[in-house]
Write a protein that binds this ligand. Structure first.
Ligand code: FAD
Length: 554
């Protein structure tokens, strides 16, 4: 079967469109990672039955010996290469983008709904999904669930895995089912069914039981992790339930395609105050983090001097995305920052600790307490008393990666050590070693650091000339050296951006061969033909990284 035959078969099997149009293939060959993979076809399913039809056709072709597979795609903002494939892209963004019911503490959604639209709907009930990513304006629910996304409120609220309750999925044989919390007797009923779903329940239950000690031993020790499969999350000891929705969350479309999800929501606290700390040296950072965390900020974020200067430089471009009145107000708010850049007064790192509470007084009290706790350190600090005052800092923080991606020409953003997590307690030993290591490579790239400083989650985004072989080699040389430091401290390679093409080959280094064998077994249980996004989570190689890296001029 060639591409033309597969296209015809797919067109005959589904209501939505199938295309090999050059523009569609080009758009779908990129995400926001440093990779490019050109698909053969892109399909736009209308509903879950269409998704089933696509999976069945691709499975059929694969069974008859054709090397074809598929990858799910929602908004395509992944930074790891997760939605890239040389096979069939199943794009949810065009049709499967409807919001379902929003209840008193939950919402139902399709994967193609942009987070910004999801939140509009949930805010009508005064609720939010607190694990939204910094890419909240451009990402969709598809990837938020499939990557197990986290963001600025994760310090207080945790990641998407905590909020996912149910997912409707299409399995690798094209059958449809719903994964949700099952009681022990419901689990036994499911295990008795002689279908792929039944065998998934039988084999996953056995895998967890047979390897309980090994799995527990490798439970991530940091507060956020998107590496590997979340085998720790399936069983809930408190409720004695078994929920495979928790495993689908974070699995990057390698175990099943999800078509509808029910997510728990929270009521955000109404008042906030933000402590801003300007830092001229990183030496004192560990002490600051320790003291501020005592006051339990809802968010504790940071960005560096490069990000700050870029934000001021590209202010008109950033503000042009907003309405005239808001842009004018923010333009005025940014005058002190513009002066800092003009006079060379930008500090190495800016920290933002936001305290959210039910009353303005309580939020303010906590911000002041954190500020007082830092008083003897002789730092420049200030308190922004409400969301309007702190907005400009949030804009820079959320836009940090986009600022680089869109505005620095001639160099590519190269996310390859973009998301590791270490316990904040290790900063005194870890940060000097990391700085020394990055310094060794400074002739190859410039970089910005932003991140969730309270969680120990760092986003280091190098800017590189990828036309040069020596620079591409740096990506393969430096990443394992950084991960060695991270792993030594009990950290993880990815807190939220996930494994994709760029990090799957490091899973043995992070978890060891025995755990990786469990991930491989999990993949086989769900997807015996290996048609769902192969090479991500399981089976990805360094050769994949080398082969598919961008090498054009940015
Ligand atoms: C500026 C910027 C900032 C970012 N900040 C953050 C951040 O703070 N936190 C964070 O977590 N991430 C962040 N990201 C990465 C990314 O935006 C998020 O992970 C986001 O949730 C991905 O959503 P998406 O819809 O674009 O996913 P896509 O890129 O479309 O897909 C992501 C993965 O999910 C799979 N997938 C998509 N839909 C489905 C489906 N229906 N069924 C099964 N699998 C599916 C894909 O195959 C792929 O592996 C950032 C990216 C950018 C560009």
């Amino acid at each position: 079967m060639n591409t033309t035959d597969l296209k015809k078969a797919l067109q005959g099997a589904m209501r939505g469109e199938v295309t090999d149009d050059a523009a569609a293939l080009a758009t779908n060959s990129r995400d926001t990672s440093l990779f490019e993979r050109k698909p053969e076809l892109v399909v736009y399913p209308e509903d879950a039955n269409d998704v089933s039809a696509v999976v069945k056709e691709v499975g059929c072709a694969r069974s008859s010996g054709v090397e074809v597979s598929l990858a799910a795609r929602s908004a395509g903002t992944d930074m790891s290469g997760g939605p890239l494939t040389t096979g069939v892209v199943v794009s949810f963004i065009k049709h499967m983008n409807k919001m379902g019911e929003v209840g008193d503490d939950f919402a139902v959604t399709e994967p193609g709904v942009f987070y910004r639209d999801f939140e509009k709907a949930t805010l009508e009930k005064g609720l939010i999904l607190p694990s939204y990513p910094a890419s909240r304006e451009i990402a969709a629910m598809g990837g938020i669930v499939a990557n197990n996304s986290g963001g600025e409120r994760t310090l207080e609220y945790g990641k998407t895995e905590k909020y996912i309750e149910e997912v409707e999925v299409v399995l690798s044989d094209g059958s449809q089912t719903t994964f949700k919390a099952l009681t022990p007797s419901e689990l036994e009923e499911k295990k008795a069914v002689q279908t792929l779903e039944g065998s998934i329940y039988r084999e996953m239950d056995a895998l967890l039981a047979d390897n309980a000690a090994l799995i527990e031993e490798h439970r991530p020790k940091v507060s956020k992790n998107s590496a590997g499969y979340g085998l720790w999350n399936i069983r809930d000891a408190k409720t004695s339930t078994f929920n495979l929705a928790k495993l689908i969350c974070g699995s990057q479309g390698t175990l099943a395609l999800w078509t509808k999800a029910k997510l728990k929501l929270v009521k955000p606290k109404e008042h906030s105050a933000m402590l801003i700390v300007f830092l001229s040296s990183l030496d004192i950072l560990p002490e600051i983090v320790k003291r501020v965390l005592v006051q339990e900020p809802e968010s504790f974020e940071s960005f560096d001097d490069h990000t700050f200067s870029l934000a001021v430089k590209f202010l008109p471009q950033m503000l042009s995305q907003m309405g005239l009145i808001r842009a004018t107000k923010l333009g005025i708010d940014f005058i002190p920052e513009a002066l800092m850049v003009a006079t060379g007064g930008v500090q190495k790192l800016l920290l933002m600790a936001e305290f959210a509470e039910d009353t303005a007084e309580e939020a303010d009290r906590k911000a002041v307490a954190a500020q007082t706790a830092l008083a003897d350190l002789n730092l420049r600090t200030k308190i922004e008393k409400n969301e309007k005052e702190s907005e400009k800092y949030w804009i820079i923080r959320r836009e940090s990666f986009n600022l680089l991606r869109k505005n620095v020409h001639g160099l590519h953003t190269a996310p390859f050590i973009d998301d590791f997590v270490v316990p904040p307690s290790c900063y005194p030993e870890f940060l000097p070693k990391l700085n020394a290591l990055l310094d060794e490579y400074k002739s190859h790239f410039i970089y910005t650091i932003a991140g969730h400083i309270g969680n120990g989650n760092f986003h280091i985004i190098p800017l590189m000339d990828l036309t040069k072989e020596e620079n591409r080699q740096v990506i393969l040389d430096l990443a394992p050296r950084v991960y060695e430091l991270v792993i030594k401290e009990g950290g993880t390679t990815t807190g939220e951006h996930n494994d994709g093409i760029i990090r799957t080959p490091y899973l043995p280094m992070l978890f060891g061969e025995e755990m990786v064998a469990l991930f491989e077994k999990t993949k086989k249980i769900f997807d015996p033909l290996n048609i769902l996004n192969p090479g991500k989570k399981v089976g990805g190689t360094f050769a994949d990284i080398k082969r598919d890296m961008l090498r054009d001029v940015a």
